[in-house]
Design a protein around this ligand. Sequence first.
Ligand SMILES: CC(C)(C)CN1C(=O)[C@@H](CC(=O)N[C@@H](CC(=O)O)C(=O)O)O[C@H](c2cccc3ccccc23)c2cc(Cl)ccc21
Length: 348
Amino acid sequence: QKTMANDEQKKKCYQFLDMTSRSFAAVIQELDDELRDAICIFYLVLRGLDTVEDDMTISLEKKLPLLRSFDKIIYQRGWNFNENGPNEKDRELLVQFDVVIEEFLRLKPGYQRVISDITEKMGKGMADYAAGEHRENTSVATIKDFDLYCHYVAGLVGYGLSDIFAESGLEDKSIAKDKVKANNMGLFLQKTNIIRDYREDLDDGRQFWPREIWANYVTEFKDLTLPSNSEKARHCSSAMVLNVLHVVPDVLSYLSNLHNQSVFNFCAIPQVMAIATLALVFNNLDIYHKNIKIRKGEAVRLISASTNMDNVVEIFREYLKVISQKNDPLDPNFLEISMALGKIEQWI
Ligand SMILES: CC(C)(C)CN1C(=O)[C@@H](CC(=O)N[C@@H](CC(=O)O)C(=O)O)O[C@H](c2cccc3ccccc23)c2cc(Cl)ccc21
């Protein structure tokens, strides 16, 4: 039986959305009626999964089954979870997750199917990674592992969103056909965040930069923070930025295939913020000492400009020029970065 009026329940979900991601919640709320609830619930289900994966105070024997069965949990009316650590950011979401489940079960079956399918794949991937990390404790060894981890936590979101856009009829079915581009939409955001969050993750005892890259510059991951290693640290972060630049053509191509205005804004804004962040972290040693973010004023300018492809291309061109100007001829990655920038220039 409904303990809360349906609109009360839905309102609560949007309150959770505001709680979990301030600026982005507003963008979700501008989506067309047909998409808004499905993507709000998709976002909250992913936050719920992330809140389990992120919580280092939950033992592995408890965490792994939770991650692996989350796609079944979202169908269990009344389910919630009270065992997150006290300072887990979004613990309240899981304490009241039964409200999210009620709203999930009110979505069209087609949307439910996409969300449960992605949740199942992501939960399994997160569990495999958490189990592996626990065993070898070198979190991400090769660039291949790096791409696989980012596929699980972000690329799959691109799959799910593309399937929801296609299911809604607001975008062509083809948007969900090209898995590589959908995957790279997620990789661009996630890999840029992983470079930006070096210090925060290091302090949390987590490392996501692939050993295959950083081991060329230092023997221990944390040695990137040493002043005596500053030139090596600078070149290491360049190698990380170079790795991210490879997916930019697919990001621009994906965005150019969108037709619905609210979908375009929803997809373009995070990508534009990411290219601005990538230019900020490039050749910037601050990443080893603190969490840097683009200024509020710049973010507002970017959000208001990200409403059409010409503007988005202009913004990418602007920040790729910043990267080109900061590219240091003494950096061993100099030439490959110039070539990656040139390749993107051809696409634009
Ligand atoms: C890990 C991640 C990149 C997938 C997280 N992720 C995003 O980063 C959000 C943006 C966001 O949450 N911004 C935060 C910033 C922050 O918290 O650092 C904000 O408050 O502004 O955008 C993505 C997102 C939006 C649009 C298209 C996407 C295509 C593929 C993959 C992800 C896509 C997202 C869409 C959904 Cl449905 C769920 C999660 C996300």
